[in-house]
Design a binder for this molecule. Structure first.
Ligand SMILES: [Zn+2]
Length: 399
């Protein structure tokens, strides 16, 4: 059917239409129900047993993760995982995709949601091709997760004991020429900076400005790109009630990331230290009562680094599939975290493969469908090769 010189091909028109369908279903994080139901239906149509798990209840969302189990054709073979996330960032409601040749973008008022509906489309199309072209394959566990964009909550709340797969691929990055095998650890940091309220015009010497402490502390911080492996940011600042009040509370929210855990800890300590040093400079005594500037820092580990070696099973599988297709795929470190960070930590060795999404998390987001086709061709080849390897292993075991 879709073969050129005996090479299996994906159906380009069909996967493009699937992407267009999925991006037009609203699915902000915590509100993935509609797209989850649609994906469930598509998976059932191609023979999966589908369950929507209870992750949504745990995070107060309206849907859980979609777990679609596709029975393989090779007895005794190990299962493989394929995964993409269903949720999008804001503003992602009422997406109107605009086609411009091979490029899909939006009307400029919303994101496209190619992040990560292109990944969802790649998985569904790949499995559809395996089925309709009768390509031998192992069991496939397809995980369509919720709430990736708000802290990888779907992956974190997935009961991995329900899965058999110990390796797989996450489809959630840009260029299909790259396989992300390393990702950073990240700390989320919340600072509460306490000053002392006073009348800014009548008794400024009886107050401590939390805004001044915050300003001095942030000014002393190394932020942005710290080194090749490390980044840091203060992203939110809140505080103050009126111009005539010395502000007694400022809240800051920031993060630090690094591929190296020691560097992450050092950067986190540095940020905390800058604010504590700034706060320590302020002290006032009013009516015999002394108040000092003060900082409360709450550091939480958002996710853990991943580091999948080039000689791992999943990377070797992708390399071999690329070679058969005459493509070049390179492994790379990402500055971002994704569900793969969580899966690796929880015993499923996986890397993150590109799907063609670009300028993500902006209203300028776009996608070149040719990249998505290439991603799906690769996914198909990976599944085919994985099946062949399982069969030859089985034959060796029997012989
Ligand atoms: Zn994503």
């Amino acid at each position: 059917m879709f073969t050129i010189d005996g090479v299996e091909m994906i159906n380009q028109e069909r996967i493009k239409n699937l992407l267009l369908e999925l991006v037009q279903i609203d699915s902000h994080s915590l509100k993935e129900r509609d797209v989850a139901e649609r994906i469930k239906k598509h998976c059932e149509d191609i023979g999966a047993e589908v369950e929507i798990d209870d992750a949504g209840e745990k995070v107060n969302g309206n849907s859980g993760n979609v777990i679609a189990r596709f029975k393989g054709t090779i007895p005794g073979a190990e299962a493989i995982m394929m995964s993409a996330h269903m949720d999008t960032v804001v503003p992602g409601e009422g997406v109107k995709p605009v086609l411009d040749g091979d490029i899909i973008r939006t009307d400029g008022t919303t994101i496209l949601g190619g992040d990560d509906k292109s990944g969802c489309a790649v998985i569904i199309e790949t499995i559809r091709c395996l089925k309709e072209q009768n390509i031998p394959h192992t069991d496939i566990e397809a995980i369509f997760s919720i709430c990736e964009e708000v802290g990888l909550l779907g992956a974190k709340n997935l009961d991995v004991s329900k899965l058999r797969a110990k390796y797989g691929i996450v489809f959630d990055s840009d260029d299909p020429g790259f396989l992300f095998t390393k990702g950073p650890s990240a700390n989320h940091i919340e600072f509460k900076i306490f000053g002392l309220e006073s009348h800014a015009g009548v008794a400024p010497e009886e107050g401590i400005s939390a805004i001044k402490i915050a300003a001095e502390g942030i000014a002393a911080m190394k932020l942005g790109r710290i080194d090749e492996e490390t980044t840091a940011n203060i992203g939110v600042i809140e505080g103050g009630k009126a111009t005539n009040i010395t502000t007694n509370l400022v809240t800051l929210r920031g993060e630090a990331r690094s591929l190296d855990d020691a560097k992450l800890e050092a950067q986190t300590r540095h940020m905390v230290g800058c604010l504590e040093d700034a706060a320590a400079k302020y002290e006032v005594t009013v009516a015999g009562h002394t108040t000092k500037g003060r900082v409360e820092s709450h550091v939480t580990r958002e996710y853990y680094a991943m580091d999948v070696p080039d000689d791992s099973r999943v990377v070797q599988l992708v390399f071999a599939a690329a070679e058969r297709l005459g493509l070049k795929v390179q492994t790379l470190a990402s500055g971002g975290g994704c569900d793969a960070n969580v899966f690796n930590r929880r015993g499923i060795e996986c890397a993150n493969f590109g799907t063609g999404m670009r300028a993500i998390h902006t209203v300028k987001e776009w996608l070149d469908v040719k990249d998505m086709y290439a991603s799906a061709e690769m996914a198909l080849e990976v599944m085919k090769l994985n099946g062949e390897m399982a069969m030859s292993k089985g034959m060796r075991a029997e012989g």
